[in-house]
Design a protein around this ligand. Structure first.
Ligand SMILES: Nc1ncnc2c1ncn2[C@@H]1O[C@H](COP(=O)(O)OP(=O)(O)OP(=O)(O)O)[C@@H](O)[C@H]1O
Ligand SMILES: [Zn+2]
Length: 814
């Protein structure tokens, strides 16, 4: 065991060979973090991936500088998972490492050094750089590698640090301890309780003129009498008693009250009572049994339950079984939403054994959850896709809720992987099981179930045997021709909304397009406003009165006149959700109409506030984008209207029909969840379209038969494996040439019918980069071989110096 393969936090292929110094040999473990230098300059924290004895050819491996952990920080199963991800999704281990580790656990040039305690330095033996560093550390205590660059030449840094570490003069500061400080929370108590009690009458008398101070002091006293031993949290106490900080300050200055601090978990957890679970319905019980049976046969499960069938209750049952067996549970959500019913229930049940992990946490918070998972303090973790990478020691169950959601495979962040499929593999590496749950499974998961690769467990009825909503398809052309429409609505829909309002019921209107209008167009010269970074027209947002690019986020002022011909005749084309909201507010002036989309929900707590408002029945009509389709479980929503349903279908994407089916069904599923009198009105110019008709029939088997037939006919997944390669460069000609070249190399190895393109991407320019795409449709049989030929082709392109600067992004199964 002389060498170690190390994963570095760099987007480079493979792992890197380092020599293990003899004094580390009995301490080093796979999964530990180590400090190494790379390409002479920089220092990185790497992860030990493998050991071996093969002397590398052609270069002398460097020594590992130091070990950063006493024991492996990464479990073996996680490393196996990384390796699988990198092979399956054709991404680099370093990319996975960068994505999955909290920043402060993967220090690079940010590494901090310090003097070892009680050393006496023999300065006469040091060279000038070593001396400088010691002096600097005497003054500053902690210095990071970047700061050292100010006084030691870059290429000498590693040597200097290493030599001082060898001499045992300095050491690496443990980064977790260094950047991570647990949050302190303020508490209040009486300073000298016995004294105060003894002289209480005098004290109160002296406070006669300051009733707030008096009241505050008495409240603290009361708390200490009544809840002796329970700390009094300052913020909560001031809030509840409606006290300001001024009277408190005075009491503190008079030495009667004192403030003290205690470490507290950063993540607030429910501390109240735990609640017992409700009895499962017979159908839910059967489903639970089927899941147990499947698990017993080492099969994963697709839990396919219609909207409001109570999938939550089934999950809770299986989660409880797993936790009782002493194993950990990961509950994956497409996006974190703390209002979700299951989250609230889990919180009540598991209290401090529940953890959250998602993109919105700070680095401190991430490290905290990381450690708790590592220590086994967390039994149930609710998280988004990055929670797959926590250092679980014994993962027994992964639930992937709303498994069809495309938020599981964003195209914006690398590495590109589908968290749903990755979850199946991760469970496998831990010897655990997975449940994929949805009312509208992805075609891929449905196909797996059809082929018996996973068990298909169904819930066909809503809780309480309530009816699914009645779906009505409205021929909008007819409505317009017979003058039974106003703006974007047929009179039938408007009448129905009015009826619901009269009955004190609520309506949801889905329009999945942000902004007010798609395009501002000049009537005189035809000018439209393009984003300067992207080949995309900018969307007009009336509410904020600006133009926004939905791809790069760029904003611009709304033009008053055409920038090209100066005409003031600017037209708004294309309908956005803001416009639908405005239209409904105008048509129903007495109704309370609210809007829910990413633009209106940006403010802190905007979502929570609106959620409350809907729950309290204050909202009559909720207009929104796909956001309204997710997880809302309200009693009073009876009507769902989709005014421009066709816009969901005509999207350039082979998954458009699947998405439309899912979105319409999900949003419809919000209606009539208790009464069973839900109604859905779909306005379309294509009333005969099979997707609309099948949705109305509530026959999911037929829907998937239809979708699968289309996929088979046009050679799309799951019948072939799809890999898309996107080539990006600042210069269009270069992106073009590189993609042509890659295309020809691919054609050298792969059959012609497997390759489509290269072609300009649907968005030809994004964020200043020109984009080209190549689509590969590979047979499922011998897929691994085909894939290795794809890799080979990419390597050949990579070898051309001129194309090194061209970005090549690979999307497997997207
Ligand atoms: N066994 C049960 N006992 C009591 N209430 C139940 C039970 N099962 C389901 N419910 C209630 O029925 C409603 C629908 O359940 P839930 O939200 O879990 O459905 P779902 O299958 O997740 O639906 P969707 O896919 O639409 O989100 C909830 O209000 C839930 O509390
Ligand atoms: Zn843009």
């Amino acid at each position: 065991m002389n060498f170690a393969q190390i994963i570095l936090p760099l987007n480079l292929k493979g792992t890197f060979t380092y020599k293990i110094p003899s004094d580390f040999k009995d301490k080093i473990e796979v999964g530990m973090r180590v400090l190494v230098s790379f390409r002479g300059k920089k220092i990185y924290t790497g992860i030990v991936f493998q050991f071996h004895d093969e002397e590398p050819e052609g270069f002398l491996p460097k020594d590992i500088i130091s070990l950063l952990d006493d024991a492996a920080i990464m479990p073996q199963s996680q490393l196996q998972f990384w390796q699988w991800l990198s092979e399956y999704y054709l991404c680099n281990l370093g990319e996975i490492y960068r994505f999955s580790f909290p920043a402060s656990l993967k220090l690079e040039s940010e590494t901090y050094l310090k003097l070892k305690p009680y050393v006496s330095v023999a300065f006469e033996n040091l060279d000038v750089h070593e001396m400088h560093l010691i002096h600097a550390l005497e003054v500053r205590q902690l210095i990071n590698v970047t700061e050292i660059e100010a006084f030691i030449p870059k290429k000498e840094i590693v040597k200097t640090i290493k030599s001082l570490i060898d001499l045992q003069y300095i050491e690496i500061d443990e980064k977790i301890a260094e950047t991570y400080k647990a949050k302190e929370v303020a508490y209040l108590r009486l300073k000298n309780p016995a004294e105060i009690r003894a002289s209480l009458p005098e004290i109160l008398l002296s406070l006669k003129r300051s009733p707030r101070q008096q009241e505050l002091l008495l409240s603290i006293l009361e708390h200490e009498t009544e809840f002796a031993g329970i700390p009094l949290k300052k913020s909560q106490f001031l809030d509840q008693g409606n006290f300001g900080t001024a009277p408190l300050k005075t009491l503190i200055s008079k030495n009667w009250v004192e403030e003290y601090f205690m470490q507290k978990d950063r993540i607030e957890l429910y501390d109240g009572e735990t609640e017992s679970r409700e009895q499962l319905t017979p159908e839910q019980q059967t489903a639970t049994k089927e899941i147990e049976t499947a698990f017993g046969q080492n099969q994963n499960v697709l839990l396919h339950g219609v909207t409001s069938s109570g999938k939550t209750h089934v999950y809770l049952e299986i989660i409880e079984q797993t936790v009782s067996a002493g194993r950990t549970v990961l509950f994956l959500l497409p996006e974190i939403s703390l209002t979700k019913q299951i989250v609230q229930r889990l919180e009540k049940k598991y209290g401090r054994q529940l953890g959250f992990y998602h993109q919105k946490l700070s680095d401190f918070e991430r490290v905290e959850v990381w450690r708790k998972v590592r220590n086994g303090e967390i039994k149930v973790l609710v998280g988004t896709r990055n929670a797959l990478f926590l250092p679980y020691s014994d993962l027994g169950l992964i639930v992937v809720d709303e498994e069809h959601d495309s938020a599981y495979k964003p195209r914006e962040v690398s590495p590109f992987f589908n968290a749903r499929d990755a979850a199946l593999m991760l469970a496998n590496f831990y010897g655990g099981r997975a449940i994929l749950g949805s009312a509208t499974p992805s075609v891929e998961s449905y196909f797996l179930a059809l082929k018996n690769k996973i068990a298909h467990v169904k819930l066909r009825h809503r809780f309480g045997n309530v009816n699914l909503p009645v779906v009505q398809i409205i021929n909008f052309k007819e409505a317009q021709d017979s003058k039974k429409s106003v703006g974007n609505f047929s009179l039938g829909v408007i009448d129905e909304i009015k009826k619901q309002i009269d009955r004190h019921k609520q309506t949801m209107i889905l329009h999945n397009r942000r902004g007010y209008s798609n395009v501002i167009e000049c009537e005189s010269c035809g000018y439209v406003n393009y984003c300067s970074n992207c080949d995309v027209v900018m969307t007009f947002h009336k509410f904020s009165n600006e133009m926004k690019c939905h791809y790069c986020g760029q904003k611009a002022a709304k033009p008053k006149a055409c920038p090209r011909c100066n005409s003031a005749n600017l037209n708004l084309r294309g309908v956005g959700v803001e416009q639908i909201h405005e239209e409904i507010s105008r048509l129903l002036p007495d109704a309370e109409v609210d809007r829910m989309d990413v633009d209106s929900m940006r403010k802190k707590f905007a979502y929570e506030k609106l959620y409350e408002k809907i729950e309290e029945g204050e909202t009559d009509v909720l207009v929104g984008t796909q956001m309204i389709s997710k997880g809302l479980d309200f009693e009073n929503i009876e009507l769902v209207a989709i005014p421009k349903a066709d816009s969901l279908l005509y999207v350039q994407d082979f998954r458009a029909e699947e998405r439309a089916y899912q979105l319409i069904t999900q949003v419809s599923g919000r209606a009539g969840r208790v009464s069973g009198e839900g109604k859905v009105m779909i306005q379309t110019y294509n009333p005969e379209h099979p997707v609309f008709k099948l949705i109305a029939e509530h026959d999911s088997t037929e829907v998937y038969t239809h979708l699968l037939a289309e996929r088979q006919k046009f050679h799309y997944p799951p019948f072939v494996k799809l890999i898309m390669i996107e080539i990006k460069h600042r210069r269009e000609d270069k992106a073009d040439r590189c993609s042509q070249f890659l295309g020809s190399v691919l054609r050298k190895y792969l059959p012609e019918e497997c390759i489509l393109g290269p072609e300009k991407s649907p968005i030809a320019k994004l964020n200043l980069l020109y984009q080209y795409q190549i689509w590969l449709k590979l047979p499922r049989k011998n897929y691994a071989e085909y894939k290795s030929l794809v890799m080979k082709s990419l390597d050949e392109v990579e070898d051309i110096p001129a194309y090194k600067s061209v970005k090549k992004l690979i999307f497997v199964d997207f």
